[in-house]
Write a protein that binds this ligand. Structure first.
Ligand code: TRP
Length: 335
């Protein structure tokens, strides 16, 4: 009997443990990752090697790497369904990055807007890793032959260069890599700062009232929403002329599973105070179980360790296959 086993498409994504995760990471990425787990073969990693392109305090980095992993799990990334691991635990990322860096042009890397932004921001530490960052990212993705990469808009240029590098390698050395596509989830909300809604919500906002951390307590969350900037009229509707209200409606919609229009209808005619309170409560209710699960995981070090150890083993096995092929094709002698 003939059997057709259809391979599920593979998804790869990850976040850098370079700061605390925010509501933006949750609504924009994590919530989506969880939904993808049944339909796809998902791999989610903590990108600690990327994080050291800017200076990190070693003890803090160690803590945050584990915290990020635990937050993936607390949100519902399930180690029984997805491969969860820490980037530096799989040496093949660095090994492939070397080969790919010899197949990437300086000119291509100089065009990366993130490199230009980060060089401006960290003018005292424009290191070579910051420059070759996209090559490491290409390695993350290509090692696992990922078909789809869920990322935010700010990472699209990195996916584009990953595709270029893969296509070039395939052309030069014969078919080796799956050429990945960016995966922009329909429901991935773009969450803006609560204090300056024309900017993306970011943990590096100097005003802590601008962002909600995934692990903020309910009181803090509600207080920050109460302080969110609105505008001088009193109409609850979305629109380009109303960035603050639009952001709150977007957040509410993402949390409640409603559309922005439905959310606007629900609050129409209400005062801003009541509206902000309601959004704050909805977000607090959504994040409370995440924080609870995070606390439980924090008490169970052995389990967390088991998850990332097994994850790295599984990831290494897949990565080794690709790396072996690559080494052979470029002319290295097999070991
Ligand atoms: N550069 C990504 C970011 O800053 C993180 C990242 C590193 C990543 N490697 C990746 C995301 C591979 C997706 C796939 O958000």
């Amino acid at each position: 009997m003939e059997q057709t086993i259809e391979r599920k498409k593979r998804i790869f994504s990850g976040m850098q443990p370079s700061g605390e995760l925010t509501l933006g990471n949750y609504l924009g990425a994590l919530k989506n990752w969880i939904k993808l787990q049944d339909e796809y073969d998902c791999m989610y990693a903590v990108m600690d090697m990327h994080a050291i392109t800017v200076r990190q305090d070693p003890a803090e980095l160690r803590r945050r790497s584990l915290d990020v992993l635990k937050q993936y799990m607390a949100c519902g990334v399930d180690p029984e369904k997805s491969i969860l691991f820490i980037q530096s635990h799989v040496p093949a990322h660095a090994e492939l990055a070397w080969v790919l860096s010899c197949n990437t042009q300086m000119g291509e890397l100089s065009r990366m807007t993130q490199f230009k932004d980060k060089s401006r921001k960290h003018a005292d530490n424009i290191n070579a890793g910051l420059f070759t960052y996209p090559v490491l990212m290409a390695s993350d993705i290509l090692l696992y032959q990922a078909d789809l990469v869920p990322v935010g808009n700010d990472q699209l240029q990195h996916i584009e260069i990953t595709r270029d590098v893969a296509e070039r390698f395939n052309h030069r050395y014969s078919d080796t890599f799956t050429v990945p596509e960016p995966f922009i989830g329909k429901s991935g909300a773009r969450v803006m700062s609560l204090q300056s809604p024309e900017n993306k919500m970011s943990k590096s906002d100097p005003n802590p009232n601008g962002f909600i951390l995934m692990l903020d307590t309910e009181d803090v969350i509600i207080k920050k929403f109460k302080r969110a900037v609105t505008d001088s009229d009193s109409e609850i509707r979305a629109g380009e002329d109303k960035p603050g209200i639009t952001n709150l409606l977007t957040i509410y919609a993402a949390v409640s599973g409603k559309t922005v229009d439905e959310a606007a209808k629900e609050f129409s005619g209400m005062g801003y105070g009541t509206f902000k309170q309601a959004v704050g409560e909805a977000v607090a209710a959504e994040l409370a179980p995440v924080r609870k699960r995070f606390d439980e995981l924090s008490k169970d070090k052995a389990y967390v360790e088991e998850v990332y150890t097994k994850g790295a083993e599984m990831a290494s096995r897949i990565a080794a296959k690709t790396l072996r092929k690559v080494y052979k094709k470029v002319g290295f002698i097999g070991r």
